[in-house]
Design a protein around this ligand. Structure first.
Ligand code: NAD
Length: 438
C-alpha cells in the first residue's frame, strides 16, 4: 500500500546512499525509508528543471492543460491508494484523507483551466502607440511544501507552476513524502516531459541553501512556519528572487449574542479538531459574547470531549494523532503556560497514551492576554474561548495578533456582518460556517 520512496529527477526515480525512516504517527512504526538528496542530486535537479523549462515553457497552453487534467483524473482513480498512504504517514482519519485527494485533484483541475486563460492586456500609450502585456512563465520554481496536507499542499505548488508553464523542483515534507510521490506518478503516467517536475527530499536547510541561490531558480514558494518563511525570504532577497509565502495563522472566531449557540459551538469544536488542528486556517481564538458565553463553552467542551481519537485507519475515528512527535512538547508547553497564568483547562491538555503521538482535544477558557498561546499559533487541537462584551471588543481582539489569514463569525445581523467585513483584518472571512475543508 505505502509507495516505494524515491527522488524523481529528470523523469527518473532514484535512490540515494542515505535514507531515513518514515514513521506512522499512530503506531510509531517505520513504514518506509526515504532517500535524502546529496549535492549531486540537487545539481542534477537544477539541470533537469532548466531543460524541462525549455520544453514546457514553449508547450501550448492547451497541451499543458490536457496533461494536467489527465494527471488529475489518474489521481481521482487512485483515490483510495493515495488516501491510505496519507493516513499511514500523517495519521489523519481515512475519510479526511480521501477528501484531501479530491481537493488535491481539484487544484490541478482549476489550474488546468486557468492555464488557458493567461490573457494579456492592451494599454493606451502616448502618441497613438499602445503597450501590450504578455504573461510569460517565470522559469524554474523551487518549492517547499509542509506535512499537514501531504497531497493537497504539494498539489497547490505543482499545479500553479505547471499551469503557467514553469518547471519545478519540489522539496516535499520528509515526514509525509507519499502524497507528493503519488502526484509525480500520476504526471509520469499522464505523459509529462522529463525535467518539468522534479521531487527531492533531504535535510530542508541544505536543500533550500543550495536551491535558492541558483541563477536558474526564478521563484521560491514555501508553505510552513513564519520563522522558516522569514529565513527563506531573506535568503531569496540576497539574490533578488521573488517569493510566494503561505505562513502561519491564528484564526479568530467571533460569536455574537444573536448567534445559534449550539450550532456555532458544535461547528467550532468539530472544525477545531479537524486534521488535529494542524491547519493554517484552524479556528483557535474564540471570542464569545458574555451573554451566551457559559452555554457556548459547555456545548463546545461536550462536543470536543466526545471526539473519537485514534488511528485514522479505524472506523469512526474523528481525530488522528499529531503528525510528528515534536508537536507534543510544543502544545504541552503552550497549555501549561496558559494554565500557570490563570487560564481554566475545561477539557484535555495532555498527551493521550504513550504509543503514537495522540493529544487530547483541549479547551482553555478565560485565557489571559499574557499567555503565550494568545499570540503563538498552537497548530494543534487546542481552542481558546474568551468572553467579550461587544462586537467592537471582539474585533479589536481578533485583530490583535500579527496573523491575518482567516477569520470566522457567527451572527444573523446584517449591520454586524457589514462591520465584520470592513474591520476584521483577515484574508478569508467566513460567516455562520466553519467550512470543513479537507
Ligand atoms: P518548522 O518551522 O520546523 O518547519 C515547517 C516546515 O518548513 C517543515 O515542512 C520543514 O520541513 C520546513 N523547513 C524547515 N526548515 C527549512 C529550511 N531551512 N528550508 C526549507 N524548508 C524548511 O515547524 P514544524 O514543527 O514542522 O511545524 C510547525 C509550524 O509550522 C506551525 O507552528 C505552523 O505555523 C507551521 N506550518 C504551517 C503550515 C501551513 O499550512 N501554513 C503547514 C505546516 C506547518
Amino acid at each position: 500500500m505505502y509507495p516505494d520512496l524515491k527522488l524523481y529527477i529528470d523523469g527518473r526515480w532514484r535512490k540515494t546512499a542515505r535514507d531515513l525512516p518514515v514513521v506512522n504517527p499512530a503506531t510509531e512504526e517505520e513504514i518506509g525509508r526515504l532517500p535524502h538528496a546529496d549535492l549531486q542530486d540537487l545539481e542534477d535537479a537544477v539541470d533537469a528543471a532548466k531543460k524541462g523549462f525549455e520544453i514546457w515553457g514553449r508547450t501550448a497552453p492547451r497541451e499543458r492543460s490536457n496533461i494536467i487534467m489527465r494527471a488529475a483524473t489518474i489521481m481521482r482513480e487512485r483515490q483510495e491508494a493515495i488516501a491510505r498512504s496519507i493516513t499511514a504517514e500523517h495519521g489523519k482519519p481515512l475519510r479526511q484523507a480521501r477528501l484531501e485527494v479530491i481537493r488535491g485533484a481539484e487544484f490541478f483541475e482549476w489550474d488546468a483551466g486557468e492555464a488557458m486563460r493567461t490573457y494579456g492586456r492592451v494599454i493606451p500609450a502616448p502618441q497613438g502607440h499602445s503597450f501590450t502585456v504578455h504573461h510569460q512563465p517565470i522559469g524554474v520554481v523551487a518549492a517547499f511544501s509542509p506535512w499537514n496536507f501531504p497531497m493537497s499542499q504539494p498539489a497547490r505548488k505543482i499545479a500553479g507552476a505547471l499551469a503557467s508553464g514553469c518547471s519545478i523542483i519540489l522539496k516535499a515534507a520528509e515526514e509525509t513524502p507519499a502524497g507528493a510521490i503519488h502526484i509525480v506518478r500520476a504526471f509520469e503516467d499522464a505523459g509529462l516531459p522529463p525535467g518539468v517536475l522534479n521531487l527531492v527530499f533531504g535535510t530542508p536547510s541544505e536543500i533550500s541553501d543550495f536551491l535558492i541561490p541558483q541563477d536558474a531558480v526564478r521563484l521560491v514558494a514555501f508553505t510552513g512556519s513564519t520563522n522558516v518563511g522569514r529565513h527563506l525570504t531573506t535568503l531569496a532577497s540576497e539574490h533578488m528572487t521573488p517569493v510566494l509565502m503561505e505562513l502561519g495563522g491564528h484564526a479568530p472566531v467571533i460569536v455574537c449574542e444573536d448567534a445559534d449557540v449550539e450550532k456555532a459551538a458544535i461547528n467550532g469544536a468539530e472544525r477545531k479538531m479537524r486534521n488535529a488542528g494542524q491547519v493554517c486556517t484552524s479556528p483557535t481564538r474564540f471570542f464569545v459574547h458574555d451573554g451566551i458565553y457559559e452555554s457556548y463553552v459547555e456545548k463546545f467542551v461536550e462536543r470536543a470531549a466526545a471526539t473519537k481519537v485514534g488511528n485514522g485507519m479505524d472506523d469512526g475515528v474523528e481525530m488522528g494523532p499529531l503528525a510528528n512527535d515534536r508537536r507534543i512538547p510544543a502544545l504541552s508547553e503552550l497549555v501549561e503556560d496558559a494554565c500557570t497564568k490563570g487560564a481554566e483547562l475545561r477539557t484535555g491538555g495532555t498527551r493521550l497514551g504513550n504509543k503514537g503521538y495522540f493529544f487530547q482535544c483541549t479547551v482553555l477558557a478565560n485565557v489571559p492576554e499574557s499567555a503565550r498561546i494568545m499570540q503563538e499559533e498552537p497548530f494543534g487541537p487546542v481552542a481558546i474561548i474568551n468572553s467579550v462584551g461587544s462586537l467592537d471588543e471582539a474585533i479589536e481582539k481578533a485583530n490583535s495578533v500579527p496573523y491575518g489569514l482567516a477569520g470566522y463569525a457567527f451572527t444573523n445581523r446584517a449591520d454586524y456582518i457589514d462591520r465584520l467585513i470592513d474591520r476584521v483584518e483577515v484574508g478569508n472571512l467566513s460567516i455562520n460556517t466553519l467550512p470543513l475543508v479537507a
